[in-house]
Design a protein around this ligand. Sequence first.
Ligand SMILES: Cc1cc2nc3c(=O)[nH]c(=O)nc-3n(C[C@H](O)[C@H](O)[C@H](O)COP(=O)(O)OP(=O)(O)OC[C@H]3O[C@@H](n4cnc5c(N)ncnc54)[C@H](O)[C@@H]3O)c2cc1C
Length: 442
Amino acid sequence: MTITAVADQRSAARELRPVVDGAVHLPGEPGYDEHRRPLMPTLDPRPALVVEAVTPADVQAAVRAAREHDLPFSVQATGHGTYVPNDGGLLLKTTAMNTVRIDPHLRIAKVRPGAVWGDVLAAAAPYGLAPLSGSSATVGVTGYTLGGGMGWLARRYGFAADSVLSAEVVTPDGRRVIADSHYNTDLFWALRGGGGNFGVVTSLTFRLYPVAQVYGGISWFPADRAASVLRTYRDWAGSAPDELSTAVVLSRIPDAPSIPEPLRGWRAVGIKAMYTGDAETAEGLLRPLRDAAGPALVDGYRTMAYADAAMGGTPARFFDFFPELGDEVVDTLVHAADRPGGIGPTVEIRHWAGATGRPGPGAGPVSHRGVSFSVIVDQPELSVTDRLRPHGIGGSFRNFLADTSRTATAYTAADWARLREVKRSYDPHNVFHLGHDIPPAA
Ligand SMILES: Cc1cc2nc3c(=O)[nH]c(=O)nc-3n(C[C@H](O)[C@H](O)[C@H](O)COP(=O)(O)OP(=O)(O)OC[C@H]3O[C@@H](n4cnc5c(N)ncnc54)[C@H](O)[C@@H]3O)c2cc1C
């Protein structure tokens, strides 16, 4: 680091400390190491300073300081979705701003940017209400929602971004604004899928839904039924009601206390399911899949509180959307997973469509709506991806995309062009570029 840069970081810290309520950490000071690291073990960022915001005014001061001192800027709640290290810049932590307020009559939640899904689930459940959360309670509500938000209720109620009613935002030029269907409507559109490229969201208000209990979980079946399950799945999925969300996983049975010891680690076919209704109806709907899968090795479906229904995901080295699962795709996936010695990759085929493909008027830029299936392979061989690619649309989902060189693939061409226009209006100097970058239109 140059002498000028060190002087800049020290003067930014000197200016910020008297005006922010939260702590400011410089390298070598207590708290710096604790707060600078994201969850990604491969990243070792060395920001010039870390600001722990506790109020929207702190956020505003941090954004202004980054601009004035020309410091690269990034914001982090949990570090779950941080893929690019902030070296030499200002890292804004929102973790401490984790207030959640529920209005059970209006069925809405208002959260500060440090809230995680576990906070909202716990606050909403006593009223029989649920947010459109995802597969992990530890993920940040704001990062997840701005990136689209694909959860197990999405086929019924849409992406989490589609349920946002308003956001309070500190814009890259340091203003505090409201974005909703009346004010800053272009910003409101861009935030609901465009991620953290347009400012720091300091509060988010979104709808909750009357879901208290669900029926589902994951059941495991013999691996040699994989082809039969997938062939049935591709034909069956189109008739599944929006209340039923499913995915098929070709993987190892996890080493979990709920699994009988001798079965742990076996290669098997898992069928994940969540139904927002009663067990009997769900079982009736799932019957064709069960028939194709044979007797279960582990029967994991049960009625449970929605808040307990997080089902884990598969990290996506290969991800694409597939309008249909033709024979070549099915055969490639089954063959890829079935490597000698049980060392094949984990493959997950998920059914989307439903309400995700029926956005309301003015809905935000979330991915490629309406496509039937996604396919994830965690450790794909080149030969596998080469065989899959011609059948996919070449798209991705922002929240499942770690490769920041492929951000544009998470959008349709029209949405990408509009996002770049909005970016030019709100952040012409591209202050918010670390991570998934949406460059301002030329
Ligand atoms: C275990 C696990 C399970 C997951 N399951 C799902 C799932 O089921 N469905 C799904 O859609 N996604 C899922 N994800 C992906 C997750 O939604 C993204 O990684 C998301 O970005 C995480 O947000 P965060 O705030 O927790 O992470 P952070 O790393 O803290 O933030 C990630 C990014 O979000 C943006 N951001 C965060 N806070 C703000 C803010 N206040 N203002 C503006 N921008 C902000 C910034 O661009 C930041 O770089 C999962 C991730 C993990 C690790």
